[in-house]
Design a protein around this ligand. Structure first.
Ligand SMILES: [Mn+2]
Length: 180
């Protein structure tokens, strides 16, 4: 299953439904932000991961965050910055992530705004599309991925379809490497 969005909030019901079948999952989210602000009644793209973290059987991992690192640390969530994550190998993935099935949530703001201006909350210092593709290849080759979402595309903020082009490239990698 791959779901495209839109608001990052969609991860929450998707993970909820997966947990009806799976007891324990890894939730790897590739996101410039921790999205760990306090859960309020309304699910928002800045607190969606707080909500996901409260679901039973979910182990969280963040790749590529460059803001709200303090929240990741306070909640003791495994996180790896942009440069460190580029050194991930299939062998390292197997060591770091459990054998549990993995859900992958890709927030487009993890890309550098040069490659993805079409997001609501731009954050400099991110991956190039090629770098993100490389990481996805590594994850898809080494882990048992059971679901993917690709979120936060905001066409109103895009320019010359740059973000759309990045999305196409990322989807191509997923289709080529994802063996279900
Ligand atoms: Mn997000």
């Amino acid at each position: 299953m791959i779901v495209l969005g839109g608001d990052h909030c969609i991860s929450y019901p998707l993970v909820q439904s997966i947990l009806k079948k799976e007891k324990e999952i890894n939730f790897i989210y590739i996101d410039a932000h921790s999205d760990l602000y306090k859960k309020t009644k309304k699910l928002k793209n800045w607190n969606v991961i707080s909500a996901v973290s409260q679901l039973k059987g979910v182990k969280l991992f963040n790749l590529g965050a460059r803001r709200e690192i303090d929240l990741l640390e306070r909640k003791r969530i495994f996180h790896m910055g942009v440069e460190e994550s580029l050194r991930l190998t299939p062998k390292k993935c197997l060591e770091l992530f459990t054998q549990n099935p993995t859900y992958l949530s890709i927030d487009l703001d993890v890309l550098d705004p040069a490659f993805a201006p079409g997001v609501s909350d731009r954050e400099g210092g991110g991956y190039s599309t090629r770098e993100l593709s490389f990481i996805l290849e590594t994850l898809l080759k080494s882990l048992r991925i059971i679901g993917i979402d690709l979120v936060e595309y905001n066409p109103q903020r895009d320019s010359s379809d740059i973000t759309l082009d990045s999305i196409r490239r990322i989807l191509r990698v997923i289709v080529q490497e994802w063996k279900q």
